[in-house]
Design a protein around this ligand. Sequence first.
Ligand code: SF4
Length: 222
Amino acid sequence: MIVLEAEPLKKAALQRAQERLAALEEAAPGIYAEPRQYSGISPSAARVLFFCPRLAWLERRHQKSFATEHGVYKMELGHVIHQALQERLGGTAELRVERRLKDVTIVGVADLVFDEDCRDRRLCGSVVEIKTGRPSPADVLQLSLYAAMLNKGKAYLLRVREEDGVFVGTLERVQPQPREAARWLKRYARVVASQTPPPPGRPCSSCVFKKLCARLLSAPLV
Ligand code: SF4
């Protein structure tokens, strides 16, 4: 179990989120757009499939990723937690990785990567995916992709929750699922290549992105 004091990290994340929000385009009320940084498929973009295939399609078509204000804060909180964990555990935080797997270029940023020779023996030679949100089926698939891209035999999910003023991280060893991850990527590639928007993945009436989707679906695509 790994324990980090929460308040300084939350304060730093809030500051970073405010700065980032000020620089982002507000694509619809309360929804912020950031230009995509990579031309290949990124595991984090493919995660959007689990939320809604139509949103994944719109993100790809517009070459942007969309997030609520809270989503931007959560991303920045993830960033400061990655840095704090690197200081605590060693390894390399937020390592950019690009690999061609099964005719697809995958580009992403691995949360924490450890060499064979590292501070904590159990982590040596592993890749760690850090999650602060609700568990998703994409968690293991995303980690599996990074394990394949980095050629790592050991993979961990580190789930971080807030409890009584601290962040508590729990490590869970995961068996990578490269075949499932490849299937997920293929599905993503098929969805984003479609000429027409795929069906929504949930009821639009209660979705935070409904104004964005309504606006984009009647706007010309870039
Ligand atoms: S509004 Fe509908 S189509 Fe858009 S992201 Fe939400 S569920 Fe998907």
